[in-house]
Write a protein that binds this ligand. Sequence first.
Ligand code: NAD
Length: 482
Amino acid sequence: MVTRNFEAVVIGAGPGGYVAAIRLAQLGKKVALVEKESLGGVCLNWGCIPSKALIAAANLVEDVRGAAERGILADAPRVDVARLREFKNGVVKKLVGGVGQLEKGNGVEVIKGTARFVSPTAIEVTGAEAGGGEPLRVEAPAFVLATGARSIEIPGFAFDGKEVWSAREAVDLPELPKRLVVVGGGVIGLELGTVYAKLGSEVTFLEALPQILTGIDAEAVRLVQKGLRQRKATVHVNAKARGFEKKGKELVVKFEVDGAAQSVACDRILVAVGMKPVTDGLGLEAAGVKVGPKGFVEVDAQYRTSAPSVFAIGDLSGPPLLAHKASKEGEIAAEAIAGKKSARDWVAMPAAIFSDPEVAAVGLSEEQARAAGHEPMVGKFAFAALGRAIARDQTEGFVKVVGDKKTGLLLGVTICGPEASDLIAEAALALEMGAYVEDVALTVHAHPTLPEAFMEACKAALGEAIHALNRPERPARADRKT
Ligand code: NAD
């Protein structure tokens, strides 16, 4: 068996692992990056990136459909599924190629194959390109585990890639089913279900909990549901999917609402009920790496596991399951391996949901602020009152800011509306820099732009909004006399 030696080895080339490898190389380490599939992991190949390519294309379809209202006359758009898939594949190819070039340019050696620990400082890599049939032994004083997460499969809905899709198949756009049932009203279900609804499928969402997008601002969720209704999609909440039956070519999905059996017929089923960490086959016992009760690898603030030579980052090390969190953790772990004092210490971890309208949040919500002992002050500004939003004909949504009434510090921001996923960056920066609500209110924002809504919401929290009426605080509805 051939043995290779490195100063650090990263396992898994998603946005956690490939970033860790680059950072390690920048810090002077001789690094290998082991990946069994394609560079970029789920994010670049089957998740964030391809879904955004589809979302952008689906938005274009809707823009063309609604263009006549703004005096642009175009024929009714038709969707060429094969061409759209080609476009999406091109986007993925470009980015995956870019990662390959970055790794090469930084001197990272990419090893294609499947890794398994044989000791805390050695792995065996199997696979065609690893060691010519024989496993390759790779030794290093430090390893970064970044194997990510995979879709959870539930009883009655075994993924077959044909009739029952996981996100991976759905994002590949194998076809445009006439009727699609989406099991799970979480982030993936909403993002991909909305794409199919916009492209022309009749979509039904089944969500087991009392609301879709659990944990997200209730007002934002109401707007997302309104958007789904406008696209002829149906949402069932408190609806537990139990299985499906084939009746000819039709699939009949059975679900239960408050104990009552119901069913819905469709042509394809997308199951998006969460992700679980990928730890099987890694030989974690041989490395001495402990896994917590929910299957995530236990780590400290530098992402070191119970084995001092092994670090774990990204989806593998616990929620939230976000690509940008994985990348940040990759940088921290790499720096820790290089002897730096880096550790998890962020204030702000933004999250963005590419529903329609988009929803993005960072920091504390009003309830979370209250639970954390703050007396919250809240300011809100509706896009319906913002010049740029009106000019874009995208007025649905709002920016809501939460501050601490006593200190005036900004605690959190929720944005629902056009480009919320981009707009949240300013809020994340403000939180990370310890801004006061007043700092944002006093910052001059270019006009006419969408970020003005953040400034106005901060002004509103201070009772100084210019483009909305500032009302004195009203007691909660139940306590009002009028
Ligand atoms: P999720 O946890 O966001 O949502 C899954 C939903 O399925 C939940 O609401 C749950 O109640 C529901 N569910 C579970 N079992 C069910 C059943 N039998 N019948 C009906 N509903 C059922 O999970 P997801 O959407 O699969 O996403 C996985 C992870 O990936 C999440 O952590 C998410 O944050 C992350 N992700 C993030 C983004 C983003 O940030 N834009 C995009 C995609 C995925």
